[in-house]
Design a binder for this molecule. Structure first.
Ligand code: F6P
Length: 538
């Protein structure tokens, strides 16, 4: 048996024991548990002590990481090797957030000077727009940006804006992703074309949804301002020639390279809208926070490495205990878009069924991720987390200092975050419930019926992530933490976390069906699909 197979077998044996053990008992029985399973990195404090592993299990998981080659894979990632094997490309998003003067190489080709030049262009553009030096077709300064993009060209910028936007922004940033015209229609309400920049973001500049929306928004500008409105067009793309062909002035096309994956791209010019709307300094601080987390990931030993510990806790749940779902609940309204962002990051990266060499995976891969802001989630899906038939591990995030508003409400928010983690852990015994019902004078028949319904099994795992403040640097570190966690999981599962072939089939079938809905000749379909097309043909 290979070392890797032996480590996986050890994991399943350990998990078999963990299944019948209580996490709250481990917290009492293992005196070093808290110090071993909590750590601080790049302004984030992580606590994975409420996970189902014992310290001995952790040692096994660290062995699994070692024999799976996590350290060597990480080094290849940072060295700019072509770790995205199916597309023969590096995945070098870390280079985008390194300080000036670095020397990163993508498959041997130096990239740092070009990255710095793009950052300089972004800084200059952000300053020109914000200072009013750059104006629109009628000479008015820009007061709003319409950011059009989808997937990785949308979710990261949307998360960042929601997390950091001022209460009264100098420049309002709105997003349109869906090809459903309702989203663009709503985004345009109240916008003045004379004061609106249209930033189209698409790595490929071929994405149907994005081009449809960009054409409609360009028509909206032209209807109000005529051809001079092309001065309002900005594009971000790894295919700059396509953006120029769309009519974007050459000096307003910002590029990035194909080794930047869409869901890893907010550190590139894809962050331009945020850099303009928040100010370039905020964008730069976000890069520096992410870079600090990169340094931590590269240098901390595996046992004190935040992305590694988060990944190993997940793999213990996912593979050891067979848990296919994970919840993410930030107790911060401003982080409410974290779950949709992580859905793409984790499920597009690691939702794979074959390994890098084309052979089937030997272990289940990415879990489904869902979530919403706490406390809202408590009044929606937490019932299932506490008493449902499936155990769903939860990432709970909290921010010590709120950005605005009533400090006592912020304290209530923190109290709920801590209390939910505790309730998931300890639960409530039936004996305790029975005692309470007896004290309340309920009959024994009533108690027999009610007590099981009011009992909480507990022993439901969570990881806790604490941020002092939700500032650009900590947000950058948080996103980088999840990026590297996703990478480590991909290494353990033997998959390529940087491609996404699974989204292609739906795209090509959609264009075929579109042709038929628009009156083109019918193709071969299953009877159900053919009937739907027939009903909806124009
Ligand atoms: O959804 C598939 C996908 O290819 C994502 O990976 C990507 O982020 C998104 O489409 C948008 O692609 P583009 O930036 O090329 O428009």
């Amino acid at each position: 048996m290979s070392d890797v197979d032996a480590a996986w077998t050890a994991l399943s044996t350990a998990a078999g024991v963990a299944r019948d053990r209580r996490i709250d008992q481990l917290l009492i029985a293992e005196p070093d548990r808290l110090s071993t399973l909590t750590l601080a990195a790049a302004g984030l404090e992580l606590d994975v002590s409420k996970q189902p592993w014992s310290l001995a299990d952790l040692a096994l998981m660290l062995d699994l990481a070692r024999v799976s080659g996590v350290e060597a894979a990480r080094d290849r990632l940072f060295a700019g090797d072509a770790v995205n094997t199916s597309e023969d490309r590096p995945a070098l998003h870390m280079a985008l957030r390194a300080p000036d003067g670095a020397d990163w190489r993508a498959a041997g080709v130096p990239v740092s000077r070009e990255i710095e030049a793009t950052r300089e262009a972004m800084r200059g553009f952000a300053q020109a727009v914000r200072s009013g030096a750059k104006t629109g077709a009628t000479g008015k300064p820009f007061r709003s940006i319409l950011h059009i993009g989808i997937g990785g060209s949308d979710l990261g910028p949307r998360l960042i804006w929601e997390a950091l936007k001022p209460l009264s922004p100098q420049i309002e940033l709105r997003f349109v992703a869906n090809v459903d015209p309702a989203e663009l229609a709503q985004a345009l309400v109240g916008l003045d074309p004379a004061e609106t920049l249209l930033v189209t973001v698409s790595k490929t500049f071929t994405t149907q949804e994005t081009l449809t929306n960009a054409e409609a928004a360009r028509a909206w500008l032209r209807a109000a301002l005529g051809p001079a409105s092309d001065a309002h067009l900005v594009a971000v793309s790894a295919a700059p020639e396509r953006a120029r062909a769309f009519g974007v002035p050459a000096d307003q096309v910002f590029g990035f390279r194909d080794w930047v994956g869409g869901r890893y791209s907010i550190w590139s010019a894809v962050g331009l809208s945020c850099a303009v709307a928040l100010g370039y300094a905020a964008f730069e601080a976000m890069l520096s926070g992410a870079h600090a987390l990169d340094t931590h990931f590269q240098t901390a030993p595996l046992s004190r490495n935040a992305p590694v510990l988060l990944a190993l806790a997940h793999v213990f749940n996912r593979n050891g205990l067979g848990r296919p779902i994970r919840a993410v609940v930030p107790y911060a309204q401003r982080l409410r878009l974290l779950a949709p962002f992580l859905q793409q990051l984790e499920m597009e990266s690691n939702g794979k069924r074959v390994r890098r060499d084309g052979t089937p995976v030997r272990h289940s891969t990415a879990a489904s991720v869902f979530g919403d802001a706490g406390t809202n989630g408590q009044h929606a899906f937490f019932q299932l987390l506490h008493q449902g038939t499936d155990v769903i591990p939860v990432d709970i995030l909290a921010v010590r200092e709120g950005a605005e508003g009533d400090p006592s409400a912020q304290t209530k928010l923190l109290a709920n975050a801590i209390a939910q983690a505790e309730a998931l852990l300890v639960g409530r015994t039936e004996a305790d419930v029975r005692a309470e019902l007896t004290a309340a004078g309920r009959s024994s028949a009533e108690i027999d019926t009610l007590a099981p319904q009011r009992t909480f099994p507990g022993n439901r795992p969570s990881s806790f992530l604490l941020l002092d403040r939700l500032d650009p640097a900590r947000l950058g570190a948080l996103i980088a933490l999840y990026e590297h966690k996703t990478f480590v999981e991909g290494v353990l599962w033997g998959i390529n976390s940087f491609d996404q072939w699974g989204v292609e089939l739906g795209k090509s079938l959609a264009s075929r069906v579109l042709g038929e809905l628009e009156g083109g000749p019918g193709g071969a379909h299953d009877p159900s699909t053919a009937a739907l097309i027939e009903r909806l043909r124009t």
